[in-house]
Write a protein that binds this ligand. Structure first.
Ligand code: ADP
Length: 247
């Protein structure tokens, strides 16, 4: 008689099943919307100029959302399967953060947010995968803009200590309840409130951001007060000096 403990395998199987069910669900709802609008455009409603403008906007937004879902999924899967090629290079963090901030400023404009940055130009270089780090910071900034109501504020700041570089994304947005603060880093987890449901998203951005930061030996943590705002903190171990050689 050969006895084999398959509890681990069946757990992995179950997780895979859950994952696929989630992904299918997330893909299905925007696809339904796209189908609905494209059919309506072909019918009588397609003659109505106002409807056409509405439909183009919905189709544009849903397509962007689908693209970001697929990008996040691909990156998470690559990291988890272990076949993501990390291309680390010495990076001048100031420039990378500055670029990310500029993009967020662009998105925040439409909501009349006060976007500020505090990025010392003399930040030391770090050895990181530039593209991945950009995704992580971008996901935090996108969230800060997304979850902060009009006229609020978002701050991107970096400080250097002896051993680490700390990057903070702070907002005066809706905040996160204490019981959610651990869970938001889980795949597909979204706070179960009407406000969050109304804003839309897939619950993958933070999970991917944390995986990326951990892949670099760093940490990503959150402090937040519901109704007041949130602060996400990336802490990266520092390389000594050598900003000159940074790419
Ligand atoms: P998504 O934003 O697509 O839902 P994320 O993984 O980026 O997915 O975030 C997970 C959840 O964490 C969000 O659904 C939201 O409930 C919460 N969250 C993330 N960032 C913020 C923030 N800056 N302010 C308030 N809640 C946030």
């Amino acid at each position: 008689v050969v006895m084999r403990d398959i509890s681990k395998e069946s757990l992995a199987e179950e997780a895979r099943g859950d994952f696929i069910a989630h992904v299918s669900h997330e893909l299905k709802s925007p696809l339904n919307t796209l189908a609905l609008y494209s059919e309506a455009l072909q019918g009588d409603q397609g003659q109505d100029e106002a409807f056409r403008v509405d439909a183009y906007n919905v189709i544009h937004d849903e397509t962007e959302r689908l693209a970001s879902l697929v990008d996040n999924l691909l990156n998470i899967t690559k990291i988890e399967v272990g076949n993501l090629k990390i291309e680390k290079q010495r990076v001048r963090l100031h420039d990378l953060l500055h670029d990310a901030f500029d993009q967020a400023t662009y998105r925040g404009k439409t909501k009349n947010l006060r976007l500020k940055s505090n990025l010392p130009p003399e930040l030391s270089a770090v050895t990181v995968d530039k593209e991945l780090l950009r995704i992580a910071i971008n996901n935090l900034l996108v969230n800060a803009v997304k979850y902060t109501p009009a006229n609020g504020g978002v701050l991107l700041a970096a400080v250097e200590t002896d051993a680490a570089i700390e990057i903070r994304v702070t907002d005066t947005g809706i905040g996160i309840a204490p019981e959610d603060q651990d869970k938001i880093f889980d795949k597909f987890y979204r706070a179960d409130t009407d406000t969050v449901r109304g804003i839309g998203g897939h619950g993958l951005g933070l999970s991917l951001a944390r995986e990326i930061i951990e892949l670099h030996g760093g940490t990503l943590t959150v402090r937040s007060v519901l109704g007041k705002g949130s602060e996400f903190l990336i802490s990266l171990r520092k390389d000594r000096g050598l900003v000159r050689q940074a790419i």
